[in-house]
Design a protein around this ligand. Structure first.
Ligand SMILES: NC(=O)c1ccc[n+]([C@@H]2O[C@H](COP(=O)([O-])OP(=O)(O)OC[C@H]3O[C@@H](n4cnc5c(N)ncnc54)[C@H](O)[C@@H]3O)[C@@H](O)[C@H]2O)c1
Length: 340
């Protein structure tokens, strides 16, 4: 039985409490939040959990094995650091920290303490995302040309980080996982309208090894909630719509074929069409199940077996390094920046 303290019970925290509490392998001992109204809501739903406004009180409890950090990004580092120093296993929400330096320090601390440090890159535990990785790594799509990702909604508007840190953290974690690589450069522009100094929308292009381009459009200032991805390979193409719960994936048997009309002869519509294959569209079956539950189960399993998580300190740091390059580029009016 792994005893958990959840720090932060805002919008997301209750989902983590629900996934750790009264389970065969875990229970939630403490929930900490600075906001008494949030604690009252937790009490109503989970009456047997101890509550505190002082995270330290939960971190000091020797009965607590693991700490789950679901507070705003700017606070991830001090809370996760204190938890690791108290020799607790830590699951910290995305992004792992507010900069690469902090992420590195957390990684070192977890190594020294011999404790699991995992970041909540929840999409890596999403069955459709896993299936796409299989299609990419098995070569089903062929050589990958580019990936286009859109993540928009109206709100929630953060006050400590911009839309890239909040939303593109997901997309970068997904695409790093799919391509088994990290971006080399980033060029991005962003717009700041609501809160001074914090971009509400960011349009970024990441260059990956093997000439793969990844385009991201993230915004919390958009009338429509969309989570749409297109992956274009030289053999097949694919779309992933995370808002379509029953049929999130479509595989398009479409490609530009090798037997193209020689340049100079592509002068009519008919000859141009001959160079394109327009085959079937298939809808693969994707297992249902809550990705967050799979993420929480993985955290418990890593603790029990002493294994490294699929989304550990390195993966967390990789995302933060890319976000830093995006940030530098936005501030540099779109100049292409190396991911360091
Ligand atoms: N994986 C996902 O899909 C997903 C979705 C939403 C949010 N998140 C992440 O979860 C985290 C929380 O997001 P949210 O939407 O719940 O934010 P939120 O602002 O709604 O909630 C944060 C809560 O933390 C509390 N808090 C702040 N500092 C604290 C401290 N020092 N000690 C104790 N409590 C403190 C606040 O009072 C608030 O209730 C963020 O890191 C966010 O990126 C992840």
């Amino acid at each position: 039985m792994i005893r958990v303290a959840v720090i932060g019970a805002g919008h997301w925290g209750p989902n983590l409490i629900r996934n750790f509490h009264n389970r065969q392998q875990s229970e939630v001992r403490w929930v900490a939040d600075l906001d008494q109204a949030r604690l009252a809501q937790v009490r109503a739903r989970f009456p047997d959990v101890q509550l505190t406004s002082q995270a330290d009180q939960a971190l000091r409890d020797p009965e607590v094995d693991a700490v789950v950090v679901s507070t705003p990004t700017s606070t991830h580092f001090p809370i996760a650091k204190a938890a690791l120093e108290a020799r607790k296993h830590v699951l910290v929400e995305k992004p792992i920290a507010a900069n690469a330096e902090e992420a590195r320090e957390l990684a070192e601390l977890s190594e020294r303490a011999g404790r699991v440090l995992m970041v909540g890159h929840v999409f890596v535990y999403n069955a459709a995302v896993r299936k796409v990785r299989e299609y990419i790594t098995s070569g089903h799509l062929g050589r990958i040309y580019y990936v286009s990702m859109v993540r928009t909604n109206l709100g929630p508007i953060r006050v400590d980080v911009n839309a890239a840190w909040d939303l593109a953290a997901h997309d970068i974690s997904i695409v790093n996982y799919w391509l088994g690589a990290t971006p080399l450069t980033a060029s991005a522009v962003g717009g700041t309208w609501i809160n001074k100094g914090l971009e509400d929308a960011v349009f970024a292009t990441l260059r990956f090894p093997k000439e793969v381009l990844v385009n991201l459009h993230v915004s919390w200032l958009n009338p429509r909630k969309s989570r749409e991805v297109t992956v274009v390979g030289d053999q097949r193409m694919l779309t992933f719509d995370d808002m379509n719960l029953s049929e999130p994936l479509r595989i398009y048997d479409k490609q530009v074929t090798g037997d193209r009309t020689k340049p100079g002869f592509i002068d009519t519509f008919a000859t141009f069409r001959a160079s394109v294959r327009d085959g079937d569209i298939t809808i693969p079956k994707v297992a249902t199940g809550e990705p967050l539950k799979a993420e929480c189960d993985h955290f418990l399993e890593c603790i029990a077996k002493g294994e490294r998580p699929l989304t550990g300190a390195k993966e967390g740091m990789d995302v933060v390094r890319a976000l830093e390059a995006v940030q530098r580029s936005v501030r540099g009016a779109g100049r292409e920046e190396k991911v360091e």
